[in-house]
Design a protein around this ligand. Structure first.
Ligand code: ADE
Length: 343
């Protein structure tokens, strides 16, 4: 089998009767070129079906750099929906988007950051909740300074700001407000014993959701009961396991559940079913995020503007919006998983 030789920029120059530098200028679009010369070059490009070497062009810095989004996993709806917004906005802005996953491994995250610097990505968007400690702050500050020095921008999406002097942009959403509203929805239906399923002390998203839950209880004059705050991480399995353990201890001492996110709610609903408890007749439940399977379960939840988060992150990175932190709103979506408490 014979392989055809790859057409090079030299072939284009020979066919157009110009120098390699002139072809490069026409393709780069960064120097003035006579229209007749441009036409000759573009005709040669078409006739030879020449595909410029993307890597070489990116290095020449004449092409806009890619926008990278870094997430734990693309199999988790929360990340997938934000990535979709990033991809759509990047495409609108004529940028290639790169989706990178870390599996929560900081070594992998560091390797990705280094690769993105080498690739001259125009922006790197880090998504998702984190445990905010000194190690995290230092790691993020190093990324931000190193990208800044390479002419790139770091955007934290759904994460808290890093503070003064760190060149990172921030786009988030009103986690606490959403948690307050959905807890108030349960309280208005007469629930007073509301189990919060998803406690993760130090975890930025969980902490702000718990804060909204506690504030709503306080505003309704309901004392917070630490025994009603149950640990679980943001997965279906964790919600299922945590609630199964709780139900195995005895009949529920709560009438409603506020699950840390919709996946936790899905796991909790399975645990309730296995214990013969019906939603919402026996136990009411609400979630957070408004991602599948919330609608299929008829779950009342808090809608996150995932798509707009991703879009705003790209716009911010490409400096189309003010550089201060952006906080997007959240709102409740009422479905069929809450019943009023009957005396
Ligand atoms: N919802 C909000 N933050 C999340 C995260 N980090 N993982 C999964 N779901 C989430």
């Amino acid at each position: 089998m014979t392989r055809t030789r790859r057409v090079t920029i030299r072939d284009v120059a020979v066919r157009a009767g110009v120098s390699v530098a002139t072809v490069s200028r026409v393709l780069g679009g960064d120097y003035p070129v006579l229209p007749a010369t441009r036409n000759k070059v573009m005709r040669a490009v078409r006739e030879l079906d020449y595909v410029p070497n993307a890597h070489a062009r990116a290095l020449s810095a004449s092409l806009p750099g890619a926008v990278a989004i870094v997430v734990n996993s693309v199999a988790v709806p929360y990340y997938a929906y934000i990535a979709q917004g990033v991809e759509e906005q990047a495409a609108l802005e004529g940028r290639l988007s790169l989706i990178c996953t870390t599996g929560g491994d900081t070594g992998r995250e560091l390797a990705i950051m280094q690769m993105m610097r080498e690739q001259r990505a125009e922006a790197v968007i880090l998504v998702g909740s984190v445990i905010v400690d000194e190690e995290y702050r230092q790691r993020m500050a190093e990324y931000a300074h190193s990208l800044d020095a390479a002419g790139s921008r770091l955007v934290l999406c759904g994460r808290p700001p890093l503070g003064e002097g760190v060149p990172a942009l921030v786009v988030g959403f009103d986690n606490t407000g959403g948690a307050y509203a959905v807890t108030a929805h349960l309280l208005s239906a007469g629930h007073r014993r509301i189990l919060y399923l998803g406690l993760r002390p130090g975890h930025s998203t969980s902490d702000s959701r718990v804060a909204g839950y506690r504030r709503a209880l306080a505003d309704y004059g309901v004392p917070a009961d630490p025994a009603l705050e149950v640990k679980a991480d943001f997965s279906r399995e964790s919600g299922y396991a945590a609630l199964s353990r709780r139900l195995a201890e005895g009949p529920p001492d709560f009438t409603a559940i506020f699950a840390g996110n919709d996946l936790v709610a899905a796991g909790a609903i399975q645990a309730l079913r296995e214990h013969g408890l019906r939603v919402p007749d026996d136990i009411s439940i609400v979630g957070y995020d408004d991602v599948p399977p919330a609608a299929d379960l008829g779950l009342t939840t808090v809608h996150l503007p995932h798509d707009e988060l991703g879009r705003a992150a790209v716009r911010l990175a490409l400096a189309r919006e003010p550089a201060g932190p952006i906080t997007l709103g959240t709102h409740i979506v009422v479905r069929d998983s809450v019943r009023p408490v009957t005396p």
